[in-house]
Design a protein around this ligand. Structure first.
Ligand code: SF4
Length: 442
């Protein structure tokens, strides 16, 4: 009998939430003695974790499955697109098994069936904090699955179901072991972070010597005690976010909020069925900036949603200027299959969508430029993401920059700087989303 450990490859597509799912699958399989391969040739079987959020993401997932079949032959599919088994089977009949999102047990079971594990799992091979696909110094921390909202452009609730919050002590235990394993920055994610605990009526659980409620504020406060940067993603402008901004002002968690506003015109927001009362959003943002003047707000927006008029679009442009949205991503509306918005009247002509997208980008670029200019000469904390070959400099991020989606500050240094080093930088200049800084001598 062969003693070589069975080897799996994992292709992970989609959002950070899907990435966390892949990490869990890998952690579980690795703990059972499976080896990992970064190549198709080196793997006995490949797991493809798919994304099904947009039609373009579906196409990318189907391509990835086809490539894995061509290069390896033994393929198990999981993730959001797994809900659409017939679509996958029609395109790729040779796929061994298909499971949906968060079906860890089912994925692992499918791997056992098609690639049996060795008798003696080498549990001690798993590092503290589990296996992660992110660099060693930052990690995504998923606090809940699913979503209770029903935004008309989104099919996530139909794929992932209603909100299911993890117990506070389970989240904190994972966060603590990540920090012990060297993580310096925790990126809190879910579909609706500020709704954390609503489904379990904010149930308490025991953490250390105290009881902690599964509540947005309570969790943030405890996470803020772990000694790492804590960054919040996918927050909605509910009133109770105010008290969390207070924690930011106290320096407990990063002064950063990722709020996917998606639009600002009441007509469009209504048609989108967005959560949280958006009427007083400008007042709320002003209040947050009063509480915490360093606050950075990142957001994403959709242009060309069905029924969006020129007036609605102008309202959106005014909003990003008035609210001083620091970082704005924009997407052209996509007519996602299965999304209720497909059936809405007055779809916007594609030329108008493209035109609005370009105009949004123009305003956004002007705002980003002004923001960057205001940073020049300031001293800020930065975290090192390592050496950047192309820039021939160390890449840092400030507290205002999340990994992958925001800006970078390049720093020249003759001394080696380890990934995850947090130090002070003086901002010297820059352009677009890239700044140039210098280490501040201590
Ligand atoms: S909040 Fe809306 S867009 Fe986000 S996952 Fe829930 S339904 Fe989808």
């Amino acid at each position: 009998m062969s003693t070589k450990a069975p080897t799996i490859g994992v292709v992970s597509l989609g959002c950070p939430k899907a990435l966390v799912d892949s990490e869990r699958i890998i952690t579980r399989l690795r703990s059972e003695g499976y080896s990992l391969s970064a190549t198709y040739e080196g793997a006995d079987l490949v797991v493809v974790n798919t994304c099904g959020f947009l039609d373009s993401a579906k196409a990318e997932s189907l391509d990835a499955i086809g490539e894995a079949i061509a290069e390896n032959g033994k393929v198990i599919v999981t993730g959001c697109l797994g809900k659409e088994e017939s679509l996958i089977r029609a395109a790729h009949p040779k796929v061994l098994e298909i499971t949906g999102p968060h079906q860890y047990e089912a994925v692992v079971g499918a791997v056992h069936t098609h690639l049996p594990q060795l008798h003696d799992p080498k549990i001690d091979l798993v590092p503290e904090g589990g296996y992660r696909l992110t660099p060693r110094h930052y990690a995504y921390l998923k606090i809940s699955e699913g979503c209770n909202n029903r935004c008309t452009f989104c099919i996530i609730p139909s794929i992932r179901g209603d909100l299911v919050s993890r117990p506070a002590n389970a989240v904190l235990k994972e966060a603590e072991s990540l920090v012990k394993a060297g993580v310096k920055e925790l990126l809190v994610i879910s579909q609706d972070t500020s709704a954390y605990g609503v489904d379990v009526k904010y149930a308490e659980s025991k953490w250390k010597d105290r009881m902690v409620r599964a509540k947005f504020y309570d969790l943030c406060k405890e996470l803020g005690e772990l000694g790492a940067w804590v960054r919040l993603h996918y927050v909605y402008p509910y009133p109770h976010v105010d008290e969390v901004v207070g924690l930011m002002a106290e320096g407990k968690i990063l002064p950063y909020l990722d709020i996917p506003f998606q639009h600002a015109s009441p007509n469009v927001l209504k048609a989108m069925r967005r959560p949280a009362n958006q009427d007083k959003v400008l007042d709320r943002i002003k209040k947050w900036r009063d509480i915490c003047p360093d606050l950075t707000i990142r957001s994403s927006f959709i242009v060309g949603f069905p029924g969006e008029t020129e007036d609605d679009f102008e309202t959106l442009l005014d909003f990003i200027e008035e609210a001083e949205i620091d970082r704005a991503g924009v997407f052209k509306y996509e007519n996602v299959e299965g999304a209720p918005s497909r059936d809405l009247p007055d779809h916007v002509d594609q030329d108008d969508v493209n035109d609005r997208y370009d105009r949004f980008m123009e305003v956004q670029t002007t705002l980003a430029h002004a923001r960057l200019q205001s940073m020049i000469g300031k001293t800020v904390d930065g975290i090192c993401d390592g050496w950047d070959e192309d820039a021939e400099a160390y890449a840092f991020r400030t507290k205002a920059d999340a990994p992958e989606i925001d800006g970078v500050t390049y720093v020249d240094s003759d001394d080696e700087i380890a990934e995850g080093t947090i130090t002070q930088l003086e901002i010297l200049g820059g352009e677009g989303h890239e700044m140039v800084g210098a280490l501040v001598e201590k």
